[in-house]
Design a protein around this ligand. Structure first.
Ligand code: ATP
Ligand code: MG
Length: 137
């Protein structure tokens, strides 16, 4: 069994889509094993996206991610990383397949509704960035 890390980004929270997105996770066989709503600080967002520091979209991304509350969660299931990325759809919503979360909830490449870990190594790091062991059920 594998874990992945998910963020429902500020634009999707603002659309009242948390419940609909949780239903997609659960229908896909992904179990929510930790969750909380947070208003990210600039430092938290910059640290989370450190791999993108210096890229032209970095400041816009940090600005967007701190523009309102996000929901962060750890998801567990078979092949959770791959399965979660499949239901999210492509990073750029123009390329996201119909029925994926980004096709349905993204507004732009930056405001693309959801984040999901890209590997089990990233998942472990990202889960630990937001949750202590005792917060994961
Ligand atoms: P995520 O990490 O959010 O699940 P990803 O792994 O598909 O998505 P990354 O390349 O890690 O995409 O980029 C992280 C986030 O930065 C993207 O989800 C998007 O919000 C934003 N982003 C990435 N590339 C661009 C770009 N060229 N222009 C604007 N924003 C971008
Ligand atoms: Mg990524």
């Amino acid at each position: 069994i594998e874990r992945t890390f998910s963020i429902i980004k500020p634009n999707a929270v603002a659309k009242n889509a948390i419940g609909a997105i949780y239903a997609r996770f659960e229908t896909a066989g992904l179990k929510i094993v930790a969750a909380k709503m947070v208003q990210l600080t600039r430092e938290q967002a910059e640290g989370f996206y450190a791999e993108h520091l210096g890229k032209p979209f970095f400041d816009g991304l940090v600005g967007f991610m701190t523009s309102g509350p996000v929901m962060v969660q750890a998801l567990e299931g078979e092949e959770a990383v791959r399965r979660h990325r499949e239901i999210m759809g492509a990073t750029n919503p123009d390329n996201a397949l119909a029925g994926t979360l980004r096709a349905d909830y993204a507004d732009s490449l930056t405001e693309n509704a959801v984040h999901g870990s890209d590997s089990t190594e990233s998942a472990a790091r990202e889960i630990a960035y937001f949750f202590t062991e005792s917060e994961i059920c």
